[in-house]
Design a protein around this ligand. Structure first.
Ligand code: NAD
Length: 306
């Protein structure tokens, strides 16, 4: 069995070594296609692959149609919108992601952004502390839970809202549960966003929701830019000079935000939440382990297509 690692942006060497160990210990062959510059190289490499590990690499209908032996694609990471799921299903190919492997990295960035914001972007003026502040965690999934764990260390008063996570799970972690998204935003000084981009959540962080946040509020977004209604957030920031927005996903209207609100708006130049050596290694090795589990035992725990 051939396992192809197809990465336009390669894994670190230590991650590749870990992947190789998992694959070869299972008796499979590892093939590397790194830093490819042309889709034809990918099309060529997938022809005899039984499994593929990718990062942000695009697996579309054309790739799937030439990968005649392919049984599984694993996206080493959380998001998998770079894989054509319908086409994979039509070709009887299992698609998985590696949830949770980069959650601590993203959570650390979220807390770092909070400190940066409450200390006024380290501009030499006196700021505030996180201790005792009400933190609202919007979605208590893998990243949200890690944010809660870290925020406890800062002594924050932690609230959460999740549309699907059972309340008992949050309560067991010592989190105060909000029964609606409105309640979360009305209650908390700081809200950290951890919702996925779905039909329901897209554009859902809007003026009506944000306007009720207490004075001196901060919104931190390490989730997705699509969940923000940018026009309405701009309107809110125009009306409320006490409101700060920090994001790891540059808004489409970045120029408007930075042009008008540079002292209370910040965006990373490119998405950095999962950009740590540890997350990179963890996700790569988890992808290899999931492939071995699937090919040897049929385990499809992290399957994302039907
Ligand atoms: P996850 O799937 O583990 O958790 C998502 C949570 O959202 C789940 O608990 C789910 O119940 C909840 N949810 C879904 N729809 C909801 C809704 N309408 N209202 C409230 N809650 C809802 O995902 P995760 O790994 O924690 O990732 C969270 C977000 O972070 C995603 O948007 C993901 O794309 C993003 N992310 C960003 C980076 C980065 O580099 N910045 C890296 C990884 C993940």
């Amino acid at each position: 069995m051939k396992v192809l690692v197809a990465t336009e942006k390669p894994f670190a060497k230590i991650a590749v070594d870990g992947i190789r160990k998992e694959i070869e210990t299972a008796g499979f062959e590892l093939v590397l296609l790194e830093k490819y510059t042309n889709k034809s190289q990918l099309l060529d490499a997938v022809k005899d692959a039984d499994a593929i590990i990718i990062r942000s690499d695009v697996i579309d209908a054309e790739v799937l149609s030439v990968a005649q032996k392919l049984k599984i694609v694993v996206r080493a990471g959380a998001g998998y919108d770079n894989v054509d799921l319908d086409s994979a299903t039509a070709h009887n190919v299992c698609v998985m992601n590696t949830p949770g492997q980069n959650s601590n990295a993203v959570a650390e960035l979220a807390l770092g952004m909070m400190v940066y914001a409450v200390r006024n972007f380290y501009n030499g003026t006196s700021g505030t502390e996180l201790m005792g502040k009400k933190l609202g965690i919007h979605a208590y999934g893998n990243v949200g839970r890690n944010v809660a764990r870290l925020a406890k260390g800062f002594g924050m008063d932690i609230y959460a809202y999740d549309a699907f996570c059972p309340q008992e799970v949050m309560k067991q972690d010592g989190i105060k549960v909000c029964s609606s998204v409105q309640e979360l935003y009305e209650t908390c000084n700081i809200v950290s966003l951890h919702i996925p981009a779905t039909a329901e959540t897209k554009n859902s962080i809007d003026y009506a929701l944000l306007k009720n946040m207490p004075k001196g509020s901060l919104l931190v977004n390490t989730a997705r830019k699509e969940v923000i209604n940018e026009a309405e957030l701009l309107k809110l920031m125009e009306e409320r000079s006490d409101f700060k927005y920090l994001t790891d996903i540059m808004p489409a209207r970045h120029a408007d935000f930075i042009g008008k609100y540079a002292e209370r708006y910040f965006s990373t130049p490119k998405k950095m939440g999962a950009q740590t050596a540890e997350a990179n290694i963890n996700a790569g090795i988890a992808a290899a382990q999931q492939i071995v589990g699937f090919l040897k035992d049929g385990c499809d725990k992290f399957r994302v297509n039907k």
